[in-house]
Design a binder for this molecule. Structure first.
Ligand SMILES: Cc1cc2nc3c(=O)[nH]c(=O)nc-3n(C[C@H](O)[C@H](O)[C@H](O)COP(=O)(O)OP(=O)(O)OC[C@H]3O[C@@H](n4cnc5c(N)ncnc54)[C@H](O)[C@@H]3O)c2cc1C
Length: 401
């Protein structure tokens, strides 16, 4: 294919991976990029902990796709449509109302919370945070519960019991943030009734399974300092409206529960006739192409990535690196150049553990405390600024019309 021909590229999913790909590919004047997302906004899941703690409102953890896409100089358009299937033979992406033809396709639909059917009552009584509407609902529920405690003050003082099931990155961050926020909130306002129990349920022998010892040790200590009750080697087996039964037989009273115990692919991935791994995530080759179609790439949480036999944990950082490489490889395909193999590794991780404290590892260096917290804030801010730049530009274009 010649580089001066218009190349139709479709990106399905405007998450961390999808948006980075749009940004990279939009730099080439012959590319016509169509972004499809079922939502009208990009949701910054990495900032959920700040949403919960009222440090940010929903507008600060989301970016409007229409204005964002309008902010590019040329051919980037957005359609708010959920993709239901893909015709790989005729190169068409299918939604409920339209069919879009592509030359190159990027599947970047992320993942969703896996509400295990084997856990009775889970889907009914637990909350997830991987979607903005769910995170908003949970934030309101948390705030309302705190208010109820304040309202009860001076009469009764029942404890507020919050169960967080799953002690991976998101479960740990959310548990720590709630504990830290509530502590400050009660003290600052001199409330009498302060009984907040946060129970963090971890199915393994420690929190943050698979992460390095330094991060685990620092996080574990901080969680204990925040008086979070960690239950290791335990699983949630069933839920009722106000209790959780654990695998060791203990019944824990519960006002509400967050389930952060695992992810699964979004519905579209189940519907696609492509090769998948045992967790139903898309298998990809070393160039990030799905198996069987050289013009189709899969990036981010919906694909499974290995580097020298080691599984690379899905994060926003990894999704963005995959986006950069797949965009480069699409340009290589267009120019009949050799494709570039991936050598993607996590560049680092910063775990927020309540207000003013984080722990992490950046480019091989361990860091903890207020400095790590500030670094996390700076990274989030820089990410937001570059998206916001396009949105502002798009917004002023639209309102001038
Ligand atoms: C609470 C929490 C904290 C986290 N903290 C960190 C952190 O500190 N650092 C870090 O690196 N990672 C963190 N992560 C992980 C990170 O958020 C994910 O790895 C990242 O979002 C993956 O990006 P993605 O582009 O693959 O998918 P996503 O960001 O999930 O985006 C997928 C997009 O696809 C869209 N979509 C889905 N299905 C369809 C369809 N059928 N049709 C059209 N559109 C569709 C969705 O609406 C969404 O916009 C955290 C996650 C959570 C939940």
């Amino acid at each position: 294919m010649q580089e001066d021909k218009k190349n139709r590229i479709i990106v399905i999913g405007g998450g961390y991976g999808g948006l980075r790909a749009v940004e990279k590919l939009a730099k080439h004047k012959n590319n016509t990029i169509t972004l499809l997302d079922k939502n009208a906004y990009h949701f910054m899941q990495t900032d959920v902990y700040e949403l919960i703690a009222n440090e940010k409102d929903f507008a600060q953890v989301s970016v409007d796709f229409f204005t964002y896409c309008s902010g590019f100089d040329r051919n980037v358009s957005f359609f708010k449509q959920e993709v239901s299937s893909i015709d790989f033979i005729n190169k068409r992406v299918i939604t409920a109302t339209q069919r879009f033809s592509y030359d190159y396709l990027i599947i970047a639909v992320g993942a969703r919370t896996k509400f295990l059917q084997s856990i009775e009552g889970l889907a009914e009584y637990a909350h997830g945070v991987k979607a903005l509407h769910r995170a908003m609902y949970f934030k309101q529920k948390f705030e309302m519960s705190l208010f109820k405690k304040v309202d009860e003050s001076g009469t009764v003082c029942r404890p507020l019991n919050i169960v967080v099931a799953g002690a991976g990155l998101s479960g740990v961050e959310i548990a720590a943030q709630m504990a830290s926020f509530a502590k400050e909130f009660y003290c600052r306002n001199n409330f009498l009734c302060r009984k907040l129990n946060i129970i963090l349920v971890s199915s393994s022998s420690r929190v943050l399974k698979g992460m390095d010892d330094y991060l685990v040790k620092k996080s574990q200590q901080r969680l204990l300092d925040l008086e979070i009750n960690i239950k290791n080697n335990t699983r949630v087996v069933s839920l009722t409206k106000n209790s959780v039964t654990l695998s060791d037989g203990e019944i824990v009273p519960m006002d509400f529960m967050i389930f952060a115990g695992g992810i699964e692919p979004n519905g579209l991935i189940y519907a696609l006739d492509l090769q998948k791994d045992e967790r139903d995530l898309l298998k990809i080759n070393k160039y990030l192409q799905v198996l069987g179609y050289e013009d189709v790439f899969a990036i981010g949480d919906c694909a499974t990535l290995y580097n020298q036999g080691r599984h690379i944990a899905p994060t926003a950082d990894v999704a963005e690196q995959m986006a950069a490489l797949c965009s480069e490889n699409i340009m290589n395909l267009m120019g009949n150049r050799e494709l570039k193999k991936h050598n993607i590794k996590s560049r680092g991780i910063l775990i927020a553990l309540g207000r003013g404290y984080a722990t992490g590892r950046i480019l091989g260096v361990n860091i903890s405390g207020y400095l790590a917290y500030c670094m996390k804030k700076v990274i989030e801010k820089l990410y937001f600024i570059q998206l916001d730049r396009h949105s502002k530009k798009g917004c002023s274009k639209i309102f001038k019309m």
